[in-house]
Write a protein that binds this ligand. Sequence first.
Ligand code: SAH
Length: 358
Amino acid sequence: MDLLSPPVARILPAFLDQPADALRTWFADRGQPAMRLKQVRRWLLDGRAESFEGMSDLPKDLRAELIGSFAPLGTRIDRHLQASDDTHKLLVRLADGKSVECVLIQEPPRRTACISTQVGCGMGCVFCASGLNGVVRNLTAGEILEQLVRLRNLTPPDGRLSHVVVMGMGEPLANLDSLLEALEVAGHKDGLGIGARHITISTVGLPVKIRRLADLGKQYHLAVSLHAPNDLLRTRIVPTNDKTGINEILAAADYFHEKTGRQVTYEYVLLGGLNDSPREARELATLLRGRKAHVNLIPFNDVEGLPYARPTVEAQTAFIDTLRRAGLSVKVRKRKGSEIDAACGQLRRKVEQELAPA
Ligand code: SAH
């Protein structure tokens, strides 16, 4: 071996990231029938294979060619944390060295994957760990899909993912094309078989994209991160509100409901002393009254270094009561996996801080 030029690890393209047409051509060029593509996909998406080696119904020389040409999965697991309630969190390392988080929440038979769509986030919500350093890049469809595959591979052999929430790092509607491509495979019977009605897309509220999603005629569930009942307060908490404003977001969400028949969820992070007073509760009730809306209250999850607090029990109870008395359907998000930093963006941040030079 030439010691002056040590071998450089070659990064192979990820199989799941290749357009179907390119793969069909790749197999055809090797004189392989079209069903081979289906077989490999079935191994990865249904058979839990993480290497080509074990794909026992493929000819040996084809397996060798696959090994030389593609990575079966283009990501690797950098950290794997498991909480006592069987919540798993993965820090997934992408081919270019960047990382994203995803989480598996298990309440059998319900098993929910929470996935990321971007490295970082450009929305800058003041209480959120994901956006503290801005957005780095969009994930590819394959990188989004692989999070689902990795999380599914953590479920028991007879388990499957029943639900997906797109509530990890990033703004899903800022990377809508790749997300839809990944969800298409997730929903397919030859893919992961997770129906659109069991998939929730959570957005900061980008009206044009909400309308585009509505026009697709799919049954995805839409969750809008509202966090405040008036523009003055919302712009303080969610800076992008400056350009959109609550009315335009609600109009787009109403359009989504009209087009899809699906009830929209409004998420509201309760930040102690900032947006959790009876006045804000009343204002929120007035804003949402008459809409077929569901409210999901999320008590703030502490983020190191940020000056926000969880609401007091009294404030939270009073807030819920006010909304319920106004006839709204309200739920408080359960806290899962808190000892493994399951809230979005926190693990990546911690690992990056550990790795950063002092
Ligand atoms: N960009 C999308 C997805 C973000 S994550 C969106 O804005 O909806 C999903 C939800 O978690 C959002 O409502 C987000 O505001 C909320 N969230 C982020 N950080 C949080 C924290 N530290 N505590 C509680 N909720 C948080």
